[in-house]
Each structure stands twice: as C-alpha cells, then as structure tokens.
Ligand binder design. Structure first.
Ligand SMILES: [Zn+2]
Ligand SMILES: [Zn+2]
Length: 354
C-alpha cells in the first residue's frame, strides 16, 4: 500500500520543493528537469557507446533521453537534431561488420591472391551476413509473446489450409516482421516483439517515434525486402523440387508483401511514400499503373490508386525526395510482381494440390 501511494502521489522538486505532477517532465515553477539524474546517466551511456563505435547503442540511449525531455525545450531540440544526424549516418543497410577499408593488412593479403581471393572474401562476407541475420531470426522466436501468438496463428491457418501451407505462410510473415526488427535495432528504436493475429498477419509496435521520415521509410520497407527474400527462397525450393505447395507459398508470400506496399495509412508502403517527393510519387504511380495493366494481379490496381492519391493529395510531401527509398520501392514492386509470375505454377494450387 505504501508503494502504491508513493507511485500515485506527485513528486516534489529537488530544487524548489514544489509539487510536480507525475505527467510532467520539468518542474512548473523552477524548470528543473524531473529526470535530471537519469538523463545524466543516459547521456554518459550514449557517450560511452559512441566512443566504443556502437552507433546503434548510442542512438538508442539518445532516444531514451528524448523521451524524458519536455518537447519544445531547447534541450529536446538539440537532442532531436543529434538523433536525426545519427540516424542519417545509419541510413546504410544493417550488416554488423562492414568490409575493412582498403589498405588494411587483410585486404592487401587478399589482393595478392587475385580475383579468386576477392571472390572468396566476398562469399565469406555474405555467409557471415546470412549467419548474422539467421541469429536475429532465432532471437525473435525466443520471445514468449511472439511464439505463443505464432502458435495460435499456425493452428488457425492449419485448420484452413493444412499444416504444410500454414507453416510456409507463418514463416513468410515472420521473416517479413524480422526485417522491421532488424532495422529498428539498427536505428536503436525501442519496439515490441512481433505479434501474430490470425487472418491479419503480424505487427511490431514501436515504443518511440522514428526521428525522420527517411528512418521511418527504411524501417517500413525492410519488412517487404526480407519478405521478398523469403519468397525467393520458397520459389527456388519449389522450382528445384517441382512442388506446387512450395510455389504457392512463394506466390502468397509475394502477394502479402505487395499488399503491404499499398502506399496508404500505416502500411509499409505508406511509410515508404512519406519520404518521397510529389514527383517521385507520380513516377511511382505511373510504374504501378503499367504493372496493374499487365494483368498479373488485381491488387496492383490498389497500389496504383494509392500512389496516385498520394501524388495528388494534400498530404505534405518533402520537397526533396529520398532517392534510395524510391529505388527500393520500385525494385520491390517490380521484383514481387515478377515473383508472382514466376511462381505461377503454384497458382490455384493453394490447399487442393498440396
Ligand atoms: Zn522546482
Ligand atoms: Zn510490414
């Protein structure tokens, strides 16, 4: 009872003894920051991470600092600028270890081995990259909420489509979600573990607002990128084994990721579009209309209509668009449409042929 009372009662300012409502971040009479001690600790953590070369760790600490500063204060503006600058530096894909700059001892040794050595080094780097991402895929499974909601979704989909198709569907959705998780970690943005909702897919809820539209766009498009990679794997397995089931999993995977690219609301495509200029949106709309008219899938019309709406609508578009986001979005819609064509052998084979 005493602890409960202490939580509810207002704090007392350490500076002027005025009562401060728990909702406030600064004392209303003297302006002292309520979380001054924690802020000092977090700033020290951020500095330590920066010195250790841990950019994502530093950014995560700065984001926590931001949450404890009153919005509109000069400190808030200063730390927000710091987070935005740090985020811009992290706009390149998360890969953990990047290749060492030329001139380091290792690259010199490889150069003497010639093209074969370089190829081997690149291959090794790709393997390390896949292993690193594989580890992250398992991390998600260790979350009890994710695992339980996934098991329930698996049960529901099994009743509808049989367990083999259900397993492929769940794997496709899960890999998509972990793409978001990988980029959220890369940027040091706090978020919940993925939660599955049968019939609706899955979602990751952010606990902090992304600091820039570019950041939000990259986190948003990471899901379809990883999801497309999963669909490619199912397509390759389906082509190698001639299994209509695997081809139909590749096709539904591509379809789900295309659906998420509809550029409206909080869908992944909507978040990507927020970083595009009006001209880039119009260009994308043109590409989407061409794809829709190709007749591969009726859903492409929804993407084209959404893009046209965003290009013409009153919602603010940045004057200078984000080119890597534009390139990624276009590559995704083209690639996923081609995937659906390539996996056509599995069309209509949903549960019946499996
Ligand atoms: Zn005070
Ligand atoms: Zn997504």
């Amino acid at each position: 009872m005493t602890t409960a009372g202490a939580v509810v009662s207002p704090r007392v300012c350490a500076e002027c003894n005025a009562q401060v409502s728990p909702a406030l971040l600064a004392c209303p009479s003297c302006g002292r920051l309520v979380h001054a001690d924690e802020l000092k600790k977090l700033a020290a953590e951020a500095a330590g991470a920066e010195n250790a070369g841990d950019a994502a760790g530093a950014l995560a600490s700065w984001r926590q600092v931001l949450d404890l500063l009153p919005s509109g204060s000069t400190q808030h503006a200063r730390v927000l600028a710091k987070v935005q600058a740090g985020s811009a530096r992290l706009a390149a894909a998360p890969g953990g270890s990047r290749p060492k700059p030329a001139g380091s001892g290792r690259s010199k040794g490889l150069a003497s081995l010639g093209a074969l050595g370089v190829l081997a080094a690149k291959f090794k780097w790709i393997i390390l990259l896949i292993l690193g991402k594989g580890k992250l895929l398992l991390v998600g499974l260790a979350q009890a909420k994710t695992f339980l909601s996934m098991a329930i979704a698996l049960g529901v989909y099994t009743m509808l489509y049989g367990w083999k198709f259900a397993l492929g569907l769940i794997a496709s959705i899960y890999v998509h979600e972990m793409g978001h998780v990988a980029w959220l970690r890369h940027y040091g943005i706090a978020a919940t573990a993925p939660m599955f909702i049968p019939g609706f897919g899955a979602f990751v809820r952010l606990k902090q607002h992304p600091a820039t539209v570019g950041e939000d766009a990259r986190v948003g498009l990471a899901g379809p990128i990883w999801g497309a990679a999963a669909a490619v794997v199912f397509l390759a397995l389906g082509a190698a084994t001639g299994s209509p089931l695997l081809l139909s999993i590749a096709r539904i995977g591509a379809w789900i990721n295309l659906f998420n690219l509809i550029p409206v609301w909080q869908l992944d495509g909507g978040r990507g579009f927020a970083a595009l200029s009006r001209g880039q949106r119009a260009l994308t709309a043109g590409v989407l209309w061409a794809l829709a008219l190709s007749g591969v899938d009726g859903m492409l019309y929804l993407l084209a209509i959404g893009a046209t709406y965003r290009a013409a609508g009153k919602t603010g578009a940045p004057p200078v668009g984000d080119r890597p986001v534009l390139a990624t979005y276009l590559a995704l819609v083209l690639g996923l449409t081609l995937l659906m064509v390539a996996a056509h052998g599995g069309a209509g084979a949903l549960p019946a042929h499996g």
